[in-house]
Design a protein around this ligand. Structure first.
Ligand SMILES: [Zn+2]
Length: 269
């Protein structure tokens, strides 16, 4: 394990699997994104295994200042309780915030009430609002089309801006809300799916053609695909990324479990 450079600004992909079959098989890990920017550490979307992946990679949950949930689905929120426990050292070091949409913390909260008391507070995410934690600030520009209340984020930190486009059906206007030098796109499907009559058939996710469209529209310096469903995984995400790089002329990377992306890479592009 390499030593962490304290001056680096990094995004660590604790897992790259997305949607139910990938998550229940753990063919790819899940666990979310660990942001370490300008001395502030934040965990985004702690799916199942977040505590396992974080500790395995020598990340220190007690250093977290906040946990952010894009939405309440299991692959994004299953480990929120254990990560709140770890962030606060079992309640002995009360601190840290939870940011989550209203439906994740109100009627059927994803976090136990005794753990809520360990936190400094809970901030409810709303469309078009801005938030800050330590040296990181972010906005939740638009509500996504997904079965539960869901937001992506546009982050500003350490002199960089980047977007995290969380789960959503593609819609006109999705692109206009996200920009920045780096785009992280949750790419669950290989092909777009039409809306289905059966509510058990998932359709409200971005596909590879959607990701290509978004990359062409937004022209980031780098795009990172992650949160792969089974169909994307079978098609080899690294080959998809290579093809998209050639087709769009923009550097597209397929995230790997444990990948650490240093934002300094953006300066040389
Ligand atoms: Zn979801």
């Amino acid at each position: 394990m390499e030593d962490k450079n304290p001056s680096s600004n990094t995004i660590t992909f604790l897992g790259t699997g997305g949607a139910r079959f990938m998550i229940i098989s753990q063919l790819l890990a899940s666990g979310g994104l660990w942001l370490d920017l300008n001395g502030t550490e934040v965990l985004l979307d702690p799916g199942p295994g977040s505590i396992v992946q974080a500790t395995k990679r020598k990340l220190k949950p007690e250093k977290l200042s906040a946990i952010i949930l894009s939405h309440r689905h299991l692959d994004h929120a299953a480990d929120v309780n254990i990560m709140a426990e770890a962030m606060t050292q079992g309640g002995f070091n009360q601190h840290g915030w939870l940011f989550a949409p209203a439906d994740a913390v109100e009627t059927e909260p994803v976090i136990f009430s005794y753990l809520k008391n360990y936190l400094e507070g809970i901030e409810v995410l709303k469309e078009g609002k801005s938030y800050s934690i330590g040296n990181i600030s972010f906005t939740t520009p638009v509500r996504h089309i997904h079965p539960v209340e869901t937001y992506g984020m546009l982050f500003t930190a350490a002199g960089h801006t980047f977007s995290y486009i969380a789960d959503s059906r593609y819609f006109d206007g999705l692109c206009q809300h996200y920009g920045g030098e780096l785009l992280i796109i949750n790419t669950v499907f290989l092909e777009s799916r039409p809306p289905a009559d059966n509510p058990l058939t998932p359709t409200d996710h971005l596909s590879v053609p959607d990701a290509e469209h978004i990359i062409r529209e937004l022209k980031p310096k780098v795009a990172i695909l992650s949160h792969f469903g089974m169909s994307v995984w079978r098609a080899k995400p690294w080959e998809i990324a290579e093809r998209l790089s050639q087709q769009t002329g923009i550097k597209v990377i397929a995230a790997r479990d444990g990948m650490r992306f240093d934002l300094a890479r953006l300066d040389s592009i």
